[in-house]
Design a protein. Structure first.
Length: 121
């Protein structure tokens, strides 16, 4: 469901899960039901993607301007840009079966470092 009580359509679900970064964000948030700081999420992605530390700001920018707003627009997270906070919505749980399938593919294609496939690294 989105923020208006509507279910997230299958097309929107697949669009959200098309990005491995958004898949990781959703996995991480579904394992952490509390509000997460943007920097904490970025630090986890840096570690899992093995991103060089000097690329961290670019990663934070992509989270802030692309991925988190897209997830928020679909109603699966709430993003507080001024506070740089994000929290999962109950609707994110509906994506778990699809995330599990995608996790298998991410592991097989070696898209993340070992230990990050579940979103808890």
């Amino acid at each position: 469901m989105d923020s208006h009580g509507n279910e997230v359509s299958l097309d929107v679900t697949f669009d959200l899960l098309r990005s491995r970064r958004r898949r990781y964000i959703l996995r991480y948030l579904t394992h952490h039901s509390d509000t997460i700081e943007l920097q904490e999420l970025a630090d986890q992605l840096v570690a899992c993607e093995e991103t060089p530390l000097d690329d961290r700001e670019r990663l934070v920018t992509s989270l802030y301007h692309v991925h988190l707003p897209k997830l928020a627009d679909s109603g699966v997270v709430t993003f507080y840009p001024e506070q740089r906070l994000v929290e999962p919505e109950a609707t994110a749980d509906a994506l778990l079966p699809y995330l599990a399938l995608a996790a298998n593919d991410d592991v097989q294609t070696d898209e993340f470092s070992p230990g990050c496939e579940s979103g808890v690294g």
